[in-house]
Design a protein around this ligand. Structure first.
Ligand SMILES: Cc1cc2nc3c(=O)[nH]c(=O)nc-3n(C[C@H](O)[C@H](O)[C@H](O)COP(=O)(O)OP(=O)(O)OC[C@H]3O[C@@H](n4cnc5c(N)ncnc54)[C@H](O)[C@@H]3O)c2cc1C
Length: 373
């Protein structure tokens, strides 16, 4: 059996990026993913320029579906506002393609990536971390948990608590027939803030693909199918859903956002990254960028540990420095303290004010910023 330096559990954007960076640094990573790629990942597929730069994907040269967005609409309380940029401030990709691309790139760099290898147990033994999978049992000195919301490494070592803020979401992604695709090809994405501010729906056109979905903070009385139907109704009424198009069935998923997420992020022999660490952004739920960035940081920590003996735990400090301890952001704190009507009024004002919408809502919360050329 090959001796591995690191086992990466999960091959989404976080795990593939970590394995890619580790292999590039000359280490021997083994990546195990339960799925066979290209696999479906429930996700709108909106990525920031920063995330693409982190994975060294040049949007001009990316060979798969990608749509640059130079505008974004916001609807709330009967009002609609649009923000425009001179250059792309975000991009739309198709997750099954994007994730497969990143996984293959990690493989090309030298990572041993095994698909259809669900991990069923992770334990700490005298000779290292033992990972039991459907494709064999492996041991390495370090494990990186990148298995998303149900990551077995997070369950084993992350002290996951029941106090976390979980977002539940449903999404449908449909590739349109050629005679319908032109109707959406140059459309801008739209975000629909829920009347009670518990989440938002979206309409994302990506070349000939449309992605429609809704995500809300889970809690008592939150009826996701009912909210989804209300969103679909408004999309039909506004003509955004082309006549006669049958959407692919909706799929559901849940994930933890970086709010009250007191997971243990690293120890002597493990790191958690991406959704396994609960790193998706508060309010917007953007998770691809944090998964990628944390994958890079985890790989750097593991390499520094091997070369200089730097504690792997330094990774956790870097995550806290960059993303905070999981506390609610400024806007979230204001909204939480205000009575409902005042919170809605604050959001209405923020969205109606061009600068606040551009810099605070789209820029800080959603990470949509045009890159300087
Ligand atoms: C409906 C919805 C829409 C979203 N839209 C966006 C968006 O537009 N933009 C954005 O930035 N973020 C979005 N997010 C969040 C984003 O999808 C996640 O934050 C991101 O995928 C996290 O990446 P990851 O690599 O940590 O985990 P994942 O992408 O979830 O990858 C985890 C991998 O681990 C594998 N795995 C799981 N369990 C095991 C196991 N036991 N053994 C082996 N492998 C395992 C899975 O097969 C999977 O491939 C959305 C989320 C949802 C639910």
């Amino acid at each position: 059996m090959a001796g591995y330096d690191v086992i990466v559990v999960g091959g989404g954007p976080g795990g593939s990026t970590a394995a890619w960076q580790l292999a590039r640094a000359g280490l021997r990573p083994l990546l195990l993913d339960a799925a066979v790629f290209p696999r479906i990942k429930v996700c709108a597929g909106w990525v920031t320029p920063e995330a693409l730069a982190d994975v060294e994907v040049d949007p001009e040269k990316y060979p798969l579906t990608i749509q640059p967005f130079t505008a974004c609409g916001f609807a709330f309380g009967g009002a609609h506002h649009e923000t425009r940029w001179r250059r792309p401030a975000s991009y739309g990709i198709v997750r099954s393609e994007f994730d497969h691309h990143l996984l293959n790139r990690a493989r090309d760099a030298g990572a041993d990536a095994r698909e259809g290898a669900r991990v069923t147990a992770v334990t700490r033994e005298r000779d290292g971390i033992r990972v039991v999978s459907e494709r064999g049992v492996f041991t390495a000195p370090v494990v990186i948990g990148a298995g998303g919301h149900h990551c077995p490494v997070a369950k084993a070592f992350g002290q996951v608590s029941g106090q976390e803020q979980v977002v539940i979401a449903q999404e449908s992604e449909t590739r349109l027939p050629p005679d319908r695709a032109d109707a959406v090809r140059d459309a801008a994405p739209e975000l629909y803030v829920e009347p009670d501010l518990k989440g938002y729906g979206w309409y994302f056109p990506k070349e000939d693909v449309i992605n429609v979905g809704i995500g809300v903070v889970s809690g008592p009385g939150v009826d996701l199918p009912q909210r989804r139907e209300a969103l679909l109704q408004s999309l039909r009424t506004s003509g955004r859903l082309p006549e006669g198009v049958r959407l692919e069935p909706f799929r559901g998923h849940a994930y933890v956002v970086r709010r009250r997420a007191p997971r243990r992020l690293a120890g002597d022999d493990f790191c958690l990254i991406g959704d396994a660490a609960g790193l998706a952004r508060d309010l917007s739920g953007e998770g691809i960028g944090p998964a990628i960035r944390s994958g890079i940081l985890a790989a750097e920590a593991v390499v520094a540990h091997g070369r200089r003996g730097t504690p792997i735990e330094s990774y956790a400090h870097e995550i806290v420095r960059r993303y905070g301890r999981g506390e609610t952001g400024w806007l979230g704190r204001q909204l939480a303290h205000l009575p409902d009507a005042c919170a809605r009024a604050l959001v209405r004002v923020m969205l109606a004010t061009g600068a606040a919408r551009r810099h605070v809502v789209l820029g800080r919360i959603f990470g949509m910023r045009e890159v300087s050329s």
